[in-house]
Design a protein around this ligand. Sequence first.
Ligand SMILES: O=C(CO)COP(=O)(O)O
Length: 253
Amino acid sequence: MRKNIVAGNWKMNKNYAEAQELMAQLLEYKKNNTTNCEVFIAPPALYLASAKEVFKNGEVGVYAQDVSEYASGAYTGEISVDMLSSIDADGSLVSHSERRTFHGETDSHANRKVKALLDKGLTPIYCNGEKLEERKSGRHFEVVKNQTETALFTLSAEEIKKVVIAYEPVWAIGTGETATAEQAQEVHAYIRSLIADKYGKDVADEVSILYGGSVKPDNAKEIFSQPDVDGGLIGGAALKIEDFTKIIEGFNS
Ligand SMILES: O=C(CO)COP(=O)(O)O
């Protein structure tokens, strides 16, 4: 069965002390509350090792925001899968739209990163989604199809079951403009149908597909209630404990 997941992508926010404080608050929340979803965070790389210390019993999954496609060597600024593995990190986001926009990442990079993570037993959270012009011109299905096929369809059935997909329409990220629950459901169902066509329905039913883009406490529950939406990848609202925990509670009823 696929999992329900709420993941917080902290992006380039919080100094060390602030990051520790938010982790402590999240641990406290997890100790005192039962959640109907798994909770992950993707803090800046600098804080990953301390996050693993804080969540040493696996209360919260700890993910990098990016990982190198290369194994090791002269790649200044990069972090390898082995390094993540050596601190017991659970996985990494792959090809978030901000990596695509500001760092020229493509789905070919995504494909190699996803494979590198899976080869070492870590979980990729592969991000895709269309830009505003692509949505306006009605090309969002075609864009998402090309992205998904290029990034994921060289994987085996066993491998793709281990990938988490995050559909994040670029026009909804950090803009306050959320895809409606119906818009999210429509694309999620489409992504699942692509996986079903290639790998079979049983495999597609195992893949968790998260929605990302201006998820807030007041819209999380409706979005999460859609049949093909298995949770959310949360940006701004993951930075405040009150907001993030209310979003997690979107799965509680
Ligand atoms: O990019 C996102 C998560 O990865 C979404 O960000 P916001 O929730 O701030 O729109």
